[in-house]
Design a protein around this ligand. Sequence first.
Ligand SMILES: *Cc1c(COP(=O)(O)O)cnc(C)c1O
Length: 397
Amino acid sequence: MEKPAIEGGKPTRENYLVFGKPYIQEEEINEVAKVLRSGWIGTGPLVRKFENLFKDYIGCKHAIALNSCTAALHLTLLSNDIGKGDEIITTSMTFAATVNVIENVNATPVFVDIENNSYNIDAEKIKEAINSKTKAIIPVHIGGLPCEMEKIYKLAKEHNLIVIEDAAHALGAKYKSKKIGSFGNPTCFSLSPTKNITAIEGGFVCSDDGDFCQILRISSQYGLNQNAWQRYHKERKDTYEIILPGYKYNLTDVNAAVGIQQLKRIDKTIEIKQKYAEMYSKEFENYELVELPPNKKERTHVWNYYSILLRLDKLKILRTDFINALHLENIGTGIHYRAIHQQYYYKNKYKFKHNLFKRTEFVSERVVSLPLQTSMSDEDLLDVVNAVKKILNYYAK
Ligand SMILES: *Cc1c(COP(=O)(O)O)cnc(C)c1O
């Protein structure tokens, strides 16, 4: 049997395959240079253009560009008057930001386990978690696979709850031919470097509610009723007024210059990711030491992450050993995610019991994301497959 590099064998690759490497082309670099030379680098015409392109791509009435998805989630909670005494239902199988923002507005996160056939929140279990304090549900489309939105909306309607979608992974994803973000409720997207498209950093809130969007926009620029572009250009009015004590969450034209170019390529990006996900799944389909990532009918999965589960019951090693071994083969990986309720702050504050969210904890211990990015080649992908199999075969029970 071939020895893994960690046991003294030859590494699968010579150069390191970085996990989540962004795909930046000359167009982005040229457009950034143009903005830097233009004399206006803050929030201005390019951000407006980006918002219009984004809105058209999603098919919603309003799209507001912000400097992160965390800001988008935070302002969405604030603009819906969510705060102390309110409970927000979400998943523990997510990134820190989803839950941190709930804490940041002094509301209480209430976790629900994930589905048996995906990494997404189990809509069937949401009902048990609803009580008179519940204000909102934050479903997260993990990896780019849409949640059971029909069931979630039905529950939300019955109990008069707001649905705030964390669509950080789901730009371009569809639920029954409808794009995520086009249903009318607030939906938050991320443009950080490991997401399907990037603006270096950035985020969006999409919604059909004009009043909500107006408050949100004002909140994102210090709470002023005019932005700097309006104050210093021809659109100039007398002066600004502080409407509310807002935040500094605006996107810049430099970021928009990158994002606009990336958005132009989104369909191509998704197509490549779907092709690579299919290649991986074919290679691992009949391989008994891993479980394939979930996929579902009537969904368009956009594969922000390709996350397998290790069959630890059939292995002599733990996930950390596997990740270290893959690292020495010169292949990077990610973990999406280690359960939030098992992490220091949340564990201490809420004293969660072990095995409270069985499936979340099961996935949390076993999940590994393999490189899946437009900047890679077919050969890179086959290197990953070979390295994974080399290591797992070596340590199989
Ligand atoms: C990346 C991510 C966020 C935060 O996005 P930023 O743009 O980095 O603030 C929120 N939720 C999920 C699920 C994410 O993966």
